[in-house]
Design a protein around this ligand. Sequence first.
Ligand SMILES: C[S@@+](CC[C@H](N)C(=O)[O-])C[C@H]1O[C@@H](n2cnc3c(N)ncnc32)[C@H](O)[C@@H]1O
Ligand SMILES: Nc1nc2[nH]cc(C(=O)O)c2c(=O)[nH]1
Ligand code: SF4
Ligand SMILES: [Mg+2]
Length: 207
Amino acid sequence: MLEVSEIFVSLQGEGPLAGRPAVFVRLAGCVPPFCEWCDTPQALGGGRRMSVEAIEDEIARHPRALVVITGGEPFLQWDTGLERLARALGASSRQVQYETSGKAGIPANSGGFVVCSPKPLHAPVLDPDSLSRADAFKFVVEEDISPVLDFVAAHGIDARKVWLMPLGATRQDQMRRMAPVWELCVRHGFNFSARLHVLTFNDKRGV
Ligand SMILES: C[S@@+](CC[C@H](N)C(=O)[O-])C[C@H]1O[C@@H](n2cnc3c(N)ncnc32)[C@H](O)[C@@H]1O
Ligand SMILES: Nc1nc2[nH]cc(C(=O)O)c2c(=O)[nH]1
Ligand code: SF4
Ligand SMILES: [Mg+2]
């Protein structure tokens, strides 16, 4: 069984696969300390208990090539159902992409494209083996980029795997921070990620 916050169909709004049609499975529960600016506080506690088969059935109703598994912290539920769901999706023609902070670890055989969004306050609990399994890193930037540069240097991360994304759960905050974050990407040779769903729908949920 898995604790689910929501399942919805949309477009991937951020990161390396932005723009792609996708089914989103948002698993419930995260590891404290929570990010003070988390834009999905409804997913930090418990969710609706669903069997892996029921989630597969729900996903099957939406013929999208990409399944984004997010949260909360999805890998918290690896041993209690997510591994089984990942295997079932792997056996289908779907591509899986994970959104993770990395603080619950990243399994060796996730079978998907892992986008890790490390937070400075979690850095002490992130294990190097897990981080080596991330396919891309998406850092949320408010203003000061030095924690990102320190993290990238400490873990020897290739700039081509790094995306900077402006902090902000509203259109107004995104608009305000896009230019400075864009400039930081230009200066340091990082990729830029907008938050397309926020720019398009502001702080609406389930998009
Ligand atoms: C809600 S989190 C769920 C996945 C995982 N817990 C994580 O943090 O990566 C999904 C993505 O939204 C980002 N995010 C959350 N709140 C945000 C905010 N206020 N502004 C910008 N990005 C935010 C996270 O960094 C992460 O990349
Ligand atoms: N459209 C859309 N794209 C997203 N990419 C990652 C999301 C997430 O909350 O993990 C997200 C989300 O909530 N909506
Ligand atoms: S790790 Fe992700 S889900 Fe958890 S509090 Fe931070 S942004 Fe929210
Ligand atoms: Mg989101």
